[in-house]
Design a protein around this ligand. Sequence first.
Ligand SMILES: Cc1cc2nc3c(=O)[nH]c(=O)nc-3n(C[C@H](O)[C@H](O)[C@H](O)COP(=O)(O)OP(=O)(O)OC[C@H]3O[C@@H](n4cnc5c(N)ncnc54)[C@H](O)[C@@H]3O)c2cc1C
Ligand code: FES
Length: 341
Amino acid sequence: MTAPEHLIRIAGGDVCFPCAPEDTVLRAAQRAGLGFPYECNVGSCGNCKFELAEGEVQMQWAQAPGWTEKDQQRKRFLGCQSRPLGDCTVKLRLDDRYAARHRPQRVAAVLESRRPITHDISEFRFVLDRPQVFEPGQYALAYLPGVEGARAYSMSNTAGGGRLWEFHVRQVPGGRGSQALFDRVHPGDRVGIDGPYGMAWLRRDAPRDILCLAGGSGLAPMISIARGAMAEPRLAQRHLHFLYGGRTAADICGEDMLRELPGWGERLSYHAAISLVSDGCAPAWSGSVGYLHEIARQRFGEQLTQMEIYFAGPPVMATAVQRMLIEAKVPIEQVHFDQFY
Ligand SMILES: Cc1cc2nc3c(=O)[nH]c(=O)nc-3n(C[C@H](O)[C@H](O)[C@H](O)COP(=O)(O)OP(=O)(O)OC[C@H]3O[C@@H](n4cnc5c(N)ncnc54)[C@H](O)[C@@H]3O)c2cc1C
Ligand code: FES
């Protein structure tokens, strides 16, 4: 027998939604089509906080960096980490911008194949038990064997028929999730996949040229955006500039995937830069050297304000890009990213 669902009510109105005991308040709200604010889904950004007015919840990950001592004193919880222990009433402001474009569902998925992309990034292709559509640029949560909590990974393909979801994952030294995926998940094995999530999806109606900035493991969502944009009739007159940044020449990748797309060399271009001059171990490099935000500013200058800009990568890169775009006075509505943690 499955445990009964709990009812979560939003204080001050008639809105309520069911939440399975093993689900989290945020994800259940997203499955119900409600605009429950969030970003990372993994306990770090703090954007999914709510105040508990009635009932009881349990934090799945009590050490989540986004949950402070002050929050605990004020009965504030992270929506992405809290499970209801019964019916609850929560206080927060819903915002339609966060309502799911495709309601997420958790399904089983089989690893079909994997292949290396660089020395530390590999592509993992999963086939879902049930079709599920997503927008280019979105991410999923992966439940991996022996790993507590979910890990967020962005899809690198476009949804197509909806059963094949492709990811580019960087093997993080000492990282429990990425290590489990590289060492313990083999073709034919099943994992849990929950999605899609994320706000940095391709704006198909935006009448502007596109700039994609990808650093390291930020490759996947930017490749997905490029694949989606090049196939989108409404963007057929638009140019897409793809900038990729790595530490050394050994990290540089992605160009081969873009070369396969229609528009390559005409309205789709790729430029890579490294941030460290070779230490002697990495292959020689004769291309650009510098940080991605500097390269973008140098190459595009005032044009940035006319572009639709997507970016993904490690937190230091994302912060530097954000700062540069603010200084360049790019309207915030034209900038799209989901912070990696
Ligand atoms: C929106 C988003 C998209 C991302 N896309 C990609 C991608 O396409 N490719 C890629 O390589 N990486 C991506 N990442 C980073 C990825 O999710 C992991 O942070 C990274 O793989 C390191 O995880 P790890 O388990 O190896 O390291 P660890 O240090 O073991 O774990 C770090 C991550 O796991 C979470 N975490 C740790 N312990 C728990 C717990 N008990 N319960 C719940 N959560 C926990 C942390 O918040 C942190 O996100 C993305 C992150 C986000 C937020
Ligand atoms: S902490 Fe919950 S969405 Fe980021």
